[in-house]
Design a protein. Structure first.
Length: 397
C-alpha cells in the first residue's frame, strides 16, 4: 500500500506542527522497525511535514495524535493537489513544486525511492507543471514570502520609507527579499550565518548584507524584521532584543517569523513588539484563496484525469515482474532456437540478421495479446488472472 502521514496548516497551528513533526518521526522509526517499509520520501516545509511510504498492507495501530493518515487513492490525490499548490496556505504558490522535486531527488540519492514512489512523484511534478501552464493558479505574487510582506504592509502601511531586515538568505529569505523589491524598497538589509550568501542576495536585490554577529546592531532601528532561517532552535529571544533595541523602538517594530521551527521566541511579544508567525498569514491566505477559486476548479479537473492515469500506471507496475519473466523466458528460447536454425542453414551469405529479426517479430507477435491482457487484468485488479499468469510463467529452473 501507499501511505501518506502528515501534519499541516489545514489541521494545526504552528505550535502543533512543531510538536507533531517530532512525533511523526518517532512513529515512522517505529514503523520501520515493525514493518517492511520498501520506499519512503519525506517533505518538510515551513507549514507542513509529510512522509510517503510504500509498504505491505497491514494494520496501523499507532497513536497518531492528530496526524492525518491516508492511503492509496487518497494519498495519491493529495500529492497531486500538493504539487499544484492547492494544499498550500497560499494557493498556487510555486515553491512547493521545487520542494517536491528536492525531496524526490534526495530520496533517490539515498536509495529510499523505488519504482512506485518514483512513478508517483514523477507524475506529481508533471501535473504541477501542467496545471501552472494550463491555468492561472500561480498568477501574480504568490508565496509565503510575499504574504509576509503583505502582512507587514497591512500593519504599517506603505513600506517605502521603512528599514526592513531579512534574517536568512535561503530559499524562503530570498522569496521575502524579492517580494520586498517589488515594493521598490531601498532599505533592505540581509543577515545570514554564511555571509557570502547574504552578500549575493543583497547584491541581487540592491540592499546591503551584514555578518550574523552584527544582527543586534541591525535590529536597533529596524521597522520590520522578517525571519526565515533553517535554524533548529530560536535565534532571537526577549533578552537579546531588549539588549539590542531601545524601548521607544520596540513598540514601533513589526517582527514576522516564517520559520519552522520558529526563529523568534514568543516572549518577544511581551516587550511591545508586534510579533507574527505563520498562523497570522491565514487572513491573507483566505483572500488569495477566494481570488483563485475558479482556477482551482480547473486544476481539480486536470488532477482527476491525471489521477486515473497514475493509478493505471501503478497497476501496470504490479504486473511488470510477470511481463519481465515472460520476456526473459521468450528471449532465452528465441536466441537458442535462432542459433540452431542458423547452424542448420549453413552459409546464408551474411543474412543472419534477417533470421534474427524474423524470430524477434514472431516472439513479439505471439506475446502481444498476452501482455496486453495482463495489463488489462492489472487495471481491473483481476487478482485471479494475475495469480494464474504468475503460475503459468514461473521459472522452474
Amino acid at each position: 500500500m501507499i501511505l501518506n502521514i502528515r501534519i499541516d496548516h489545514k489541521t494545526a497551528d504552528i505550535n502543533k506542527i512543531e510538536e507533531s513533526t517530532s512525533k511523526m518521526d518517532e512513529i515512522f522509526a517505529k514503523m520501520q522497525e515493525e514493518h517492511h517499509v520498501q520506499e519512503f520520501i519525506q517533505i518538510k516545509t515551513c507549514n507542513r511535514a509529510e512522509i510517503y511510504l510504500v509498504m505491505d498492507e497491514c494494520s496501523l495501530d499507532y497513536q497518531w495524535n492528530g496526524l492525518v493518515v491516508e492511503k492509496n487513492e487518497k494519498a495519491l490525490e493529495h500529492v497531486l493537489k500538493l504539487s499544484c499548490g492547492l494544499e498550500s496556505m497560499i494557493i498556487g504558490e510555486d515553491q512547493i513544486l521545487g520542494q517536491l522535486k528536492e525531496a524526490y531527488k534526495s530520496s533517490v540519492k539515498t536509495s529510499c525511492c523505488g519504482h512506485v514512489l518514483g512513478t508517483v512523484f514523477t507524475k506529481a511534478i508533471h501535473v504541477g507543471q501542467a496545471v501552472r501552464k494550463k491555468t492561472r493558479i500561480n498568477q501574480g505574487s504568490v508565496s509565503i514570502g510575499s504574504a509576509a510582506v503583505n502582512l507587514a504592509e497591512s500593519v504599517l502601511g506603505d513600506l517605502k520609507c521603512k528599514k526592513v531586515l531579512v534574517i536568512g538568505a535561503g530559499k524562503m529569505g530570498t522569496l521575502v527579499a524579492k517580494a520586498l523589491v517589488e515594493k521598490h524598497l531601498k532599505a533592505i538589509v540581509v543577515a545570514n550565518r554564511t555571509y557570502d550568501r547574504a552578500v549575493c542576495l543583497a547584491k541581487e536585490l540592491g540592499g546591503s548584507a551584514i555578518h550574523f554577529d552584527r544582527l543586534s546592531r541591525a535590529m536597533e532601528d529596524a521597522d520590520v524584521v522578517i525571519s526565515a532561517t533553517g535554524a533548529p532552535h530560536t535565534i532571537l529571544t526577549a533578552e537579546k532584543l531588549k539588549a539590542a533595541v531601545p524601548p521607544e523602538n520596540l513598540e514601533k517594530m513589526v517582527m514576522i517569523d516564517i520559520a519552522n521551527p520558529r526563529d523568534i521566541d514568543e516572549d518577544v511579544g511581551d516587550l511591545g513588539v508586534r510579533l507574527y508567525n505563520i498562523d497570522d498569514l491565514r487572513g491573507i491566505a483566505d483572500k488569495n484563496k477566494k481570488m483563485r477559486e475558479s482556477e482551482a476548479e480547473e486544476a481539480e479537473k486536470i488532477i482527476a484525469e491525471e489521477l486515473e492515469l497514475l493509478e493505471k500506471s501503478l497497476r501496470h507496475l504490479e504486473v511488470e515482474p510477470v511481463i519481465a519473466q515472460i520476456r526473459s523466458q521468450a528471449e532465452a528460447i528465441r536466441l537458442r532456437e535462432t542459433e540452431k536454425a542458423i547452424r542448420k542453414l549453413g552459409d546464408i551469405d551474411g543474412k543472419e540478421k534477417v533470421v534474427d529479426d524474423l524470430t524477434k517479430v514472431v516472439v513479439d507477435r505471439v506475446f502481444l495479446n498476452i501482455i496486453h491482457n495482463l495489463k488489462e487484468a492489472a487495471e481491473h485488479d483481476d487478482k485471479a488472472v494475475l495469480k494464474t499468469a504468475k503460475y503459468i510463467f514461473k521459472n522452474n529452473r
